[in-house]
Ligand binder design. Structure first.
Ligand code: NAG
Ligand code: NAG
Ligand code: NAG
Ligand code: NAG
Ligand code: NAG
Length: 368
């Protein structure tokens, strides 16, 4: 972990192993409530229109923050594959939401049989280096609340769109501004000191606690008799246990130092997106292994877990570090957040879901 004021020697992140959304959810649990349809919007520049229909009988308050409905955060909404089936690399963020701080404005009411459409500018958050026909698909989980409420009720709704093919022109697409191009990290050789005294003390403690909790969780995962591991990762396979042990051990090693290690850590909103969409605790750029803590992280989260399945600074740090490709590859994604929302995930996706690691570390610490 490199904290503020470090030299940036950008690690070459060769691999862009982006896990796929398709197959993330157990289809036998799939809810029939949401129908997502993709259609081409603008030829050449990878612009799509997504139409979302509530095909269920109940009105739904769909979460906007960090989802398909988010109009501000640079999050991944679709998967784009070239003709050889290789993904166009995602260049955006994984956002960590503070659930308790969600308000009515963070939701989109979609009444039974209502439809909404939105434009998805895929090129703003993906690299298209070669021209060709790409296939696009949106699938994932949609957390929701009851109409009139801002309290998520799990499990999240799942959706899987049609697949569409669209020609992308590498030259035209190069002129589409990137969502995160405002302050490219690559152009800076030195990051300014940015932590105030409170943030520095909290960050130092969070990193020290991250190491302790990640090592405790790794020890639990390594114990074949641990039923807790089976609860959080839905398997007792020794191979899966080893993967979890290895990832948590790598996270602990990264958290153990503040002046070296593969990831970078900012105490302040380096990219200016903490306040743009909803209540974020933190966000991470997987490809440059950079985590940014938002003021909610410092102002509202306790240093250590205070209850089962609840958020705190130590396990939020674990969550963010698992997103960093340079710490342990492949990096995790946010297929589902929180305990109740994620129960539809299949075992393969739990292994790549950041919250399964932070919630597992919470459970080991709290003995849930
Ligand atoms: C999917 O869910 C069904 C019903 O809950 C369950 O019986 C089945 O084992 C699950 N499959 C997987 C792969 O998790
Ligand atoms: C996991 O498998 C091992 C060896 O097969 C067995 O001894 C252990 O009891 C199992 N653990 C759980 C939690 O089922
Ligand atoms: C992922 O973790 C959550 C709890 O954090 C759990 O409810 C869910 O079942 C896990 N997913 C799988 C597939 O085990
Ligand atoms: C330091 O940062 C915290 C968290 O962002 C903030 O609440 C606090 O007001 C800041 N303190 C000073 C002295 O600026
Ligand atoms: C999660 O689900 C359980 C059981 O349905 C419920 O008692 C609990 O309140 C839920 N927790 C949250 C945070 O929604």
């Amino acid at each position: 972990m490199k904290c503020a004021r470090v030299l940036l020697a950008l690690s070459s992140v060769a691999s862009t192993v982006q896990a796929r959304f398709a197959g993330a959810v157990n289809h036998s649990k799939r809810s029939p409530s949401l129908e997502v349809t993709l259609a081409p919007a603008t030829e050449g520049i990878a612009e799509l229109v997504a139409t979302i229909k509530n095909v269920g009988s109940a009105d739904l308050n769909l979460l906007k923050v960090g989802t398909l409905l988010d109009e501000r955060l640079p999050v991944q909404k679709v998967l784009a594959l070239d003709e050889a089936g290789v993904e166009a690399p995602f260049r955006g963020i994984h956002a960590s939401i503070q659930h308790a701080a969600l308000r009515a404005e963070h939701f989109q009411l979609l009444k039974a049989s209502e439809i909404i459409s939105m434009v998805i500018n895929v090129a703003a958050v993906h690299d298209f280096t070669a021209s060709g026909t790409y296939t696009f698909k949106a699938s994932g989980l949609m957390p929701f609340a009851n109409a009139g409420s801002a309290e998520l009720i799990g499990p999240a709704l799942t959706y899987e769109s049609n697949t569409i093919s669209l020609y992308v022109d590498a030259q035209k697409v190069a002129s589409v501004p990137k969502a995160l191009s405002a302050r490219p990290l690559e152009e800076r050789t030195e990051v300014q000191e940015g932590c105030n005294a409170t943030q520095l003390a909290a960050s130092t403690a969070a990193l020290a606690n991250c190491e302790i909790l990640a090592l405790a969780a790794a020890a639990d995962a390594a114990d074949p008799s641990s039923a807790r591991f089976v609860e959080y990762f839905r398997t007792n396979s020794s191979t899966t246990r080893q993967t979890v042990v290895d990832r948590l051990t790598a996270v602990a090693a990264d958290c153990a130092t503040t002046d070296s290690g593969p990831s970078r850590y900012f105490c302040y909103d380096y990219y200016g997106i903490c306040e743009s969409s909803g209540p974020l605790n933190a966000y991470t750029l997987w490809d440059v292994s950079t985590s940014v803590m938002c003021s909610l992280f410092y102002d509202t989260l306790p240093p250590l877990p205070q209850g089962c399945h609840r958020q705190d600074q130590a396990t939020t740090t674990i969550h963010e570090i698992t997103h960093c490709e340079a710490v342990y590859s492949p990096h995790t994604n946010d297929y589902a957040y929180a305990y109740n929302e994620s129960i539809a995930l299949t075992p393969a996706f739990a292994l790549l879901n950041a919250d399964n690691y932070s919630l597992f570390a919470n459970a080991v610490y709290m003995k849930c």
